[in-house]
Design a protein around this ligand. Structure first.
Ligand SMILES: C[S@@+](CC[C@H](N)C(=O)[O-])C[C@H]1O[C@@H](n2cnc3c(N)ncnc32)[C@H](O)[C@@H]1O
Length: 289
């Protein structure tokens, strides 16, 4: 551990932030690489005469920060960590960095099932870092979950994240194309969730560098119109969901109405577009008959 005066550190911090970037990303850097949790950071100004202890020196932290600023490398990749809800998840360039707006999926589940619920079966299709499935498995210890992904490397990260987050054993992981790994759950699922790749091809080509150059294409691109995967997931859902089972999908900001139509066409009821905190119809939900 390297000791440094709080005054010197605060001066350095101001200088780094003046180069660009945002305070949230800087806090992730200080927590994950510098060893200063955000709670401690917030208290520093109260005692500017004190000392603090860093895991890495300021030059090293500065070089990582500049890599983030000048090469557009996501801070989560440089730190190997993403904070999502109350989880600290390992991330690499094999998984999508879980987005803050996706956190609302867990709230939608709470709203449907209540915060305490007896045993049921759920699946998450396309789990990536495992964020959604892990949050649900931890929130509902009596539920049995299965999380799938087409990418074995992504699944390896999700498995590690689950092991590191808890000692529970109510979540399993399977590799395969959408519903295929769920043969033995046909007609048994009470709930299925997916945040599939939904970016239309022309939008994908225009994505900012920090997304397009660093995050997996397979996690983002949803075919020509963005709906290729959503269509397949909805069409096959009736085979796997129980009667009255729920399907919760995340979609692109302007796909809600189209996804709603697809659900209705496939005999879903209680179909609803749910807005995110910015008022965007980010999720579409429905019940199978
Ligand atoms: C938008 S990311 C979502 C990741 C994570 N669930 C989240 O919300 O942060 C989509 C995920 O679907 C996976 N995926 C893409 N095509 C798939 C397919 N055909 N079958 C299963 N999973 C797929 C990707 O590997 C990626 O992990």
């Amino acid at each position: 551990m390297l000791s440094i005066s709080v005054k010197e550190f605060l001066f350095w911090k101001k200088k780094q932030l003046s180069k660009g970037g945002n305070i949230q990303s800087f806090a992730v850097l200080l927590d994950c690489i510098g060893g200063i949790p955000t709670s401690e950071l917030n208290l520093l100004k109260i005692n500017p005469e004190g000392k603090l202890y860093l895991k890495k020196n300021l030059d090293y932290l500065c070089s990582v920060w500049e890599d983030h600023l000048f090469n557009s490398t996501p801070i989560q990749h440089l730190c190997g960590i993403s904070f999502w809800r109350d989880l600290k998840l390992k991330v690499t360039n094999k998984v999508l960095i879980p987005r803050p707006e996706t956190e609302l999926i867990v709230e939608i589940v709470f709203k449907i099932f209540g915060e305490k619920s007896q045993k049921l079966f759920f699946a998450e299709l396309g789990t990536g870092s495992g964020a959604i499935a892990i949050a649900l498995a931890l929130a509902y210890p009596f539920w049995e979950g299965i999380a799938t992904d087409i990418d074995q490397d992504a699944l390896g990260i999700a498995i590690k994240n689950f092991k590191d987050s808890s000692e529970q054993s109510n979540l399993r992981f399977c590799c395969g194309h959408w519903w295929n790994p769920l043969e033995s759950f046909k007609g048994k699922l009470d709930l299925a969730i997916s945040n599939p790749p939904y970016i239309p091809r022309d939008t994908y080509e225009e994505l900012p560098e920090e997304v397009k150059n660093f995050e997996p294409k397979i996690a983002l691109l949803g075919g020509e119109d963005g709906l290729e995967h959503i269509r397949e997931i909805i069409q096959k859902a009736p085979l796997y969901l129980k009667k009255k089972g729920w399907l919760i999908l995340e979609n692109h900001f302007d796909q809600g109405e189209e996804v709603k139509k697809l659900l209705i066409k496939n005999y879903f009821t209680s179909v609803e577009i749910v807005k995110d905190l910015s008022g965007i119809g980010r999720f579409t939900i429905g019940r199978y008959k």
